[in-house]
Design a protein around this ligand. Structure first.
Ligand code: CIR
Length: 343
């Protein structure tokens, strides 16, 4: 789609901002500032610098969703395929679901994460160094109050030398600077200042601090016992939400830097080895569509499939509860494993 003349971008782009940021909307919003001083021009920096963006816009604080609703709402409704009258579904209860692959023939690992931001801080692309450090300190204090079953260690990346950091990275326990999309949005600014990771003693629960969102709360375990992973995640979310005030809106759910994550802000997925389905991609695509799943490369978004290991996760995050997401994933994986066995 070609953007209208008068907009700050005139590129041939398929991004959501090219589609939904009309000249009228741009002119209506361009002089508005959120309480933390964030502007529409800042919000769309990433999409302008990266014309191959699929979305192209990031919120700079929780108020961005109201101040720039004229453009963000159509983007959200389009991306999340929302019907009129949509709203966040708050259900978050422990689940009971059988392990689909107890011998770990197909499912290598299960990982469920939620994004959370603290309402009183600007979002990641809009933070100064003092704010990043203050956020890290606030979260560190909350980690100290965790019950015994969730307790663990917080490691600030600035306290690590290169060798120590690389050792964490190899174990999948650290995160690097984000990609060029996040970079243009300001999310990588001052890295690694204020960034770090909390790891529970049993290593199942981790929390990334000051990545794309203030917090990424993650539960991860080898094998396919999705319910077990989900239940550990819920325990951690509940323990932290008692101490920290997460950015939340009754209709839009949990508010995140990227509008693709709002709502439950949850991504529940597995790494699954599918030798036969790799050669029959149309079967996999059909099952994924029927169960609202997303098939990605081994390394996640915008990566290739290596040695037939696929990343299968939920495609929907808003207008659907966390429990329904996990149920959809479970049913979809059952269908995938059944097809793989019988091909
Ligand atoms: C983009 O607009 O392409 C990047 N900011 C990433 C968008 C997030 N992910 C997605 O569409 N699944």
């Amino acid at each position: 789609m070609k953007a209208e003349p008068g907009l700050p971008f005139h590129v041939f782009s398929q991004s959501s901002i090219t589609k939904h940021l009309t000249l009228k909307r741009y002119n209506d919003l361009k002089d508005i500032r959120t309480p933390s001083g964030y502007s529409l021009d800042q919000a769309i920096r990433s999409g302008i610098k990266n014309p191959d963006s699929s979305i192209g816009i990031y919120a700079g604080d929780m108020e961005s969703y109201d101040c720039f609703a004229q453009v963000l709402l159509p983007i959200i409704e389009d991306y999340h395929h929302l019907e009129p009258g949509w709203s966040h579904k708050p259900d978050l209860q422990e689940a009971v679901l059988p392990d689909l692959d107890p011998k770990q023939t197909f499912i290598r690992s299960s990982r469920i994460r939620v994004a959370r931001n603290l309402g009183r801080f600007p979002f990641s692309g809009n933070m100064n160094p003092d704010q990043r450090l203050a956020l890290e300190e606030t979260v560190k204090q909350a980690f100290k109050t965790l019950p015994e079953t969730l307790s663990g260690t917080y490691t600030s990346f600035t306290n690590l030398n290169e060798k120590q950091f690389n050792a964490l990275l190899e174990k999948g326990l650290a995160f690097r600077k984000g990609d060029r999309f996040m970079d243009a949005a300001g999310i990588n600014r001052d890295y690694p200042l204020g960034r770090g990771i909390f790891i529970s003693r049993d290593k199942v629960v981790r929390v990334w601090v000051n990545e794309e969102d203030h917090l990424r709360i993650i539960a991860q375990s080898p094998g396919g016992d999705i319910a077990c992973v989900f239940n550990r995640l819920i325990q951690m979310i509940r323990a932290l939400e008692d101490k920290l005030h997460f950015a939340f809106d009754r209709r839009k759910g949990f508010l995140t830097a990227c509008p693709t994550n709002i709502g439950t802000a949850m991504r529940a997925g597995v790494h699954i080895h599918l030798e036969k389905l790799e050669k029959n991609p149309s079967f996999l695509e059909t099952i994924a569509r029927d169960h609202h799943l997303q098939i990605r490369g081994t390394g996640g978004e915008k990566t290739a499939v290596e040695q037939a290991v696929f990343d299968v996760s939920n495609a929907r995050r808003l207008g659907i509860s966390a429990n329904t997401i996990v149920k959809d994933l479970h049913e979809g994986l059952q269908a995938i494993i059944h097809t793989e066995r019988n091909l």
